[in-house]
Design a protein. Sequence first.
Length: 436
Amino acid sequence: MKTTVKNLSDTQVQLTITLDTTDLQDAELVALKKLSKEIKVDGFRKGHVPLAVVAKHVDQNVLGEQVLEDAISKAVADAFTSQDVRALERPSVEVQKYVPGEQLEFTATCEILPAIKLGNYQKLSYAPAKVNVTPAQVTEVVDRILASMTEKKPVKRAAKDKDEVVIDFVGKKDGKKFDGGAAEGHALLLGSNSFIPGFEEQIIGHKAGDSFDIEVTFPKEYHAEDLKGAQVVFSIKLHTVNEIVVPKLTDELAAKVGPFTSAAELKADIKRELTAREEQAAANKAKDDLVEQLIAKSKVPLPETLVTGQMDSLKRDHEQNLMNQGMTLEQYIESSTFKDEADWSARELRPAAEKRVTVGLVVAELARELKTEATSDDLAAELERYRQQYGSNDEVLKQLETPEVQREIANQILSMKAVDQLVTLNTPKPKTTKKK
């Protein structure tokens, strides 16, 4: 077998492969063995016909096609391995010359994993931002804890901001009800801004037992096309007004929250948690910056196969997120600055996909150069972490056992370890002082 390689671009290669008589004879033996399993010849059991007999009784056109298929399949695999070509897709094959039993010449063209030229990854800057947790941040967490321990006290007075009201409502546009505009027994915290502007404000001042109408205008950028900028009337029945009683932070209350003997101890614990969280966020941000620096210093050709694959994945994720918000992709595009889906794809989807592919290729090449390994122990530990996290989800647990998911997790481990090595290589070593 003779192979010549032609690089059509940084991401596409074409191999010209020529097979001689010996190669084709080998392929014919393989083809005869395959065909012998199905051919029927008097005097022989099915599947036990000698190959010489098979060759005389088999349809020569069928044999020729099978020889061609087997010869090409084996030759492509051998050629790509010997030439260290890392294909990203099934090659496109075109036969140039075929003389049965004598010679076969064909080309195999495909996109490949390109050669990545990394910049100097030991001359980068790793500098996590300094963290300073303020008293206001601690107070915010304390307030959330207290809010989770509030009590609701029914009152006869008129509703005011920060009260909870229980209401029935029916919305009408031009005198007709519209989808999603009605509910019964709905609990609403006034001032939460969970309804369209003007709705909650007009409930303030009314008492339990009141029935009244309010007029509001939907925002012009509202996701439902028929309600954009529309003026509507909601008929309200106010059942209950609850005053929200927020407890004060005391040593006794701190003891109910956790293993604390005082309010000061609780606040100190909150500060420690916030500090640890922000330090981790700062470290992650610095890691991202470090990878960005390496990308800027590297040459990274982008195979279109990887980019389009990532675009498809991002699109599915985006559509699922929108569905969880009660929106479609079409509604999202209509409410944005994009002209249509093609414009969204070009301006938002493709750049995001290209960024992901670039990061993936650079980190993978870094792992290769640093000889990073994801050991079986690493994989086992990560799988156990996932099992603990999704212990009640049988579907996820089942997927964790599949080779595909385990390979993906192993690649994630490899990437994380490579970036950690990059951090180590670019972390300034502490200065040592000489002893006098």
